[in-house]
Design a protein around this ligand. Structure first.
Ligand code: PMP
Length: 306
């Protein structure tokens, strides 16, 4: 297996050699913004497709803008850097890509201004993010960070303390994944996933003003539901107790893909199995991300020359 590379301080080097100093601002204060991107290997075409590459870097740019991080590369340049990284790493299998733009200055002082910024990206081999086929979830006692306290639509490293607290709390209690309520007590999202319910044939997900991360999988799943399944989709406030009476419930995320939820707070959701709409969405999703559906070809960036 080839050595995975990192793009670090403007150069491609082996990942194991990419190190930051202990005074790095982002390490001390959580002042970084990141992305998680998946690339899928298509064996028939002998091609690696990066899913929604441009969209991830557009969100990274927005995160940088929110956190006053100067990103010296344009979105097309970031896409090219990532493609080159995967080629140099000789990736011919599914892979997860982790870009971070961060306050790289080695200085003490809590602030965002007058600190050097840098960008790095590397890749790792990961499998399924949530091990269970149908997840058992619990509402965490930790509330989702409020946008009035820190900007939740930016994917900020420091904000992930909130997710980590929630995840560990419920995993230690024997569940697979946490669901966080927002400050006003409505459903927000999972520790690293957006959340959907199906009720009476309508697909619903919390609105972007409910302190969710504006998920790229969330957007794509809404598109698939409308275009492939022809069902109504709405973005609205969802109550905790509405989860219990939903016909189906699932989570979406780059890492989690589409993960069905069979149980919330020890209450079975629907039949406690993969629901019919969830199953159809998963099939459509699995075909599209691997480059097997020509209608969604624009979402899949090929890495290897055709
Ligand atoms: N919410 C949170 C808190 C996340 O970390 C993620 C993963 N990036 C998501 C939602 C899902 O976003 P996406 O579909 O863009 O991966």
């Amino acid at each position: 297996m080839s050595t995975l590379q990192a793009f670090f301080k403007g150069q491609y080097i082996p990942q194991s050699e990419a190190k930051i100093g202990i005074l790095t601002h982002a390490f001390n204060y959580g002042t970084g913004v990141f992305e998680g991107i998946r690339a899928y290997w298509n064996d028939e075409e002998q091609q690696l497709y990066v899913f929604k590459l441009k969209e991830h870097y557009e969100r990274l740019r927005n995160s940088c803008h929110i956190l006053s991080i100067e990103l010296r590369y344009s979105v097309p340049e970031l896409c090219d850097i990532t493609t080159e990284l995967l080629r140099r790493s000789e990736v011919r299998s599914d892979i997860y890509i982790r870009p971070i733009a961060y306050k790289s200055g080695e200085v003490i002082g809590v602030r965002l201004h007058d600190i050097e910024d840098d960008f790095t990206v590397t890749c790792v081999r990961i499998g399924k993010y949530i091990g269970a086929e149908v997840a058992r979830c619990k509402i965490s006692s930790w509330r989702r960070m409020d946008d009035a306290s820190a900007p939740v639509r930016a994917k900020i490293t420091g904000i992930y303390v909130n997710s980590a607290l929630a995840k560990t709390e419920v995993v230690m209690d024997g569940y697979d994944e946490a669901i966080l309520l927002n400050a006003d007590g409505h459903v927000s999202e999972g520790s690293g996933e957006n959340l959907f319910i199906v009720r009476n044939g309508v697909l619903s997900t919390p609105a972007v003003s409910d302190n969710v991360l504006e998920g790229i999988t969330r957007d794509f799943v809404m598109q698939l539901a409308r275009e492939e399944l022809g069902i109504k989709v709405d973005e609205r406030t969802i109550d905790r107790s509405e989860l219990f009476v939903a016909d189906e419930c699932f989570m979406t995320g780059t890492a989690a893909e589409i993960t069905p939820i069979g149980e919330v707070d020890r209450r079975r959701i629907g039949a406690g199995q993969v629901g019919p709409i969830t199953a159809r969405l998963r099939t459509a999703f699995a075909g599209a991300v691997r480059g097997n559906d020509p209608r969604y070809a624009a979402a899949c960036s090929p890495v290897w020359p055709k």
